[in-house]
Design a protein around this ligand. Sequence first.
Ligand code: PMP
Length: 417
Amino acid sequence: MATLSPILKQATPVVVDHALGSWIHATDGKKYLDFTTGIGVTSTGHCHPDVVAAAREQVGKIVHAQYTTVLHRPLLELTGLLGEVLPEGLDSVFYATSGSEAVEASIRLARMATGRPNIISFQGGFHGRTVAAASLTTAGTRFRSGFSPLMSGVHVAPFPHWYRYGWDEATAVEFALKELDHLLLTVSTPDDTAGFIIEPVLGDGGYIPTPAAFLQGLRERADRHGIVLIIDEVQAGVGRTGKFWGHDWAGVRPDVVITAKGLASGFPISAIAAPADLMGKAWPGSQGGTYGGNAVAAAAAVATLGVIERENLVENALLRGAELRAGLDALQAEFTDIGNVRGRGLMQGVEFSAADKTPDPETALAVQQAAIKEELLLLTCGPHGNVIRLIPALNVSSDEIQAGLSKFTQALKSATS
Ligand code: PMP
């Protein structure tokens, strides 16, 4: 008899029977409130009827229309719709299947377009698990330890971790930009640097919003040195933060945007977008993939974008996110184990740490496990695993946010008493 590999680290023992909206119905008969959304993927909730209908209809037309062999209608429609939401000027789109593949595509593009070898990523960033994407990832040792050598030509610069340093945000940004300039002077000169890659909110690295001034500093340096600014919106994009793109909070123009996860409510599709002249610097055939831009996934993405617009889900993420945050802030005042609450929209993190900021992964894990008993699903993140992340569906209701907060409160009480 075969069993699942222990390589998979299981966050909960739940086995799903079916799911709808924000609720997962398990085979044990329990009904769980899902604040994990498949790691920020089921943006329109589980099995939104419009997404299900679009996928069903597409399955009956064509499932796999390999996109370098023949084009298909859902991909053309999706490209048209993305044109309405992508940052201005990023009008050329390449599709892949997973976030990691799209990250790799952006690195290939930056290297080919500039003719330069190096990529600079930022401390605590998560960009995926394929070997190249893992080489950019410093969100935790488990993503890279033991399987080196990783891709060469990657340098990791400091991120403005204001909370960890015990500084205010402006001081942390000034420090991180100075360190970046020093790296560009001494380690990877601009002539050797193809791209910067950064998340608008650190995801697996601890749910830390990237300060606007830091992204603006990167934009300014990218312009000055001809470096490609790649913004990894795989987790923070598609409405999650209460604006369509996470970088909209900083008012910064990226050269390349990477999107995946929430784009198709759970169907696997990812994309990178860039200005046509930048994309044109890579030669035709330099990127591709058997399953890229799958027809059913593309149809689900078209339906997802339709639902997000019709149901005002970006606004809902902002409003419900504010309700969630208010509840979490109140809990921080009550529970001393909570060191910090932060995030944007429906991407909120609760860091467990002592008064001197020593990370407390034991309590985070105990709360996450106690929440399962309350029938609330949560995930942890951060290099120490001491942050609980709350990532409800973009169409979560006020009542569901309140239900989640009261279950979370119960879990905190039982784990810390
Ligand atoms: N970038 C970011 C910001 C992510 O959050 C993730 C997934 N957690 C990835 C890239 C990798 O995506 P995938 O797991 O689909 O390869």
